[in-house]
Design a protein around this ligand. Structure first.
Ligand code: BTN
Length: 253
């Protein structure tokens, strides 16, 4: 990619027209020995994967559907920190390039005016810490019109085009994101999660507000207070209990 200013991220690039999922392609590249920073981009995904077993709608040519291979030297327990780091990198990139008020809903949804324009899915490959790879999947609904979304998504999803009333350059976003991500990833390895957590908190739309959270254990309502070192959301429930949510779906109330 011309104009790429990174040392590692995106240096190995694999571009496809149609794939089932860039996550699946990245996984097979990992099996074949792919290095950190390897990036898979597709024009269209026929079976894009979302969080919690959902599908990710990825129509041809309208979005950014990509997967980045990482080999961080961190304990498995800290992997959610990288989800938050990826969300921060993406949020900062879109704020800069699109001059738009975009925020992060825990753990990794990017929202504009309450509607989701981007999602992140981190998948772990390999148990052994020295050999482990993480595949960071990033989906950005860039240039979709309202009619491009299936009816059922229209109340909850939007795109950069719809929200800014102007088409965006997918290439400019990818280049800026890779640069931003690499800078934060370096800071993370040098200084740990603390500076990333501060950035995440400043961009969050979920903290200090009433939320309803759906976890495997059921539905809880309360106030989202903070995130902890493992990336978990700390919630004070309406019954006064303090709980930690490690994974689940947050609804802003
Ligand atoms: C979410 O549910 O919010 C996560 C969505 C992640 C979608 C991206 S698109 C590129 C990569 N390939 C996939 O199949 N999923 C991720």
């Amino acid at each position: 990619m011309e104009g790429l200013k990174t040392k590692v991220m995106g240096r190995r690039l694999h571009v496809y027209e149609d794939v089932e999922s860039t996550q699946i392609v990245a996984q097979s590249l990992v099996t074949a020995g792919a290095e950190e920073g390897t990036l898979v981009i597709a024009e269209q995904q026929t079976s894009g994967k979302g969080r919690m077993g959902r599908k990710w709608y990825s129509p041809r040519g309208k979005g950014i559907w990509m997967s980045l291979v990482l080999t961080p030297k961190i304990p498995l327990f800290y992997t959610p920190q990288l989800t938050l780091l990826t969300a921060v990198a993406l949020c900062r990139t879109l704020r800069q390039l699109c001059a738009i008020d975009i925020g992060i809903k825990w753990p990794n949804d990017l929202l504009i005016a309450g509607k989701k324009v981007s999602g992140i899915l981190l998948e772990i490959s390999g148990e052994d810490e020295r050999l482990r790879h993480i595949i960071a999947g990033i989906g950005i609904s860039a240039n979709l019109n309202v009619q491009d979304f299936p009816q059922e998504l229209r109340p909850i999803a939007s795109s950069l085009l719809i929200e800014t009333s102007a088409p965006v350059s997918r290439e400019a976003i990818i280049l800026a994101f890779l640069k931003q991500f690499e800078e934060l990833y370096e800071i993370y390895h040098e200084q740990g999660f603390a500076p990333i957590r501060l950035l995440w908190e400043a961009l969050s739309v979920s903290l200090h507000r009433p939320i309803r959270v759906q976890t495997a254990g059921g539905v809880t309502e309360g106030i989202a207070e903070s995130i902890d070192d493992s990336g978990a959301l700390t919630v004070t429930t309406n019954t006064g209990e303090k709980i930690k949510v490690f994974s689940g779906e947050v609804e802003l109330r």
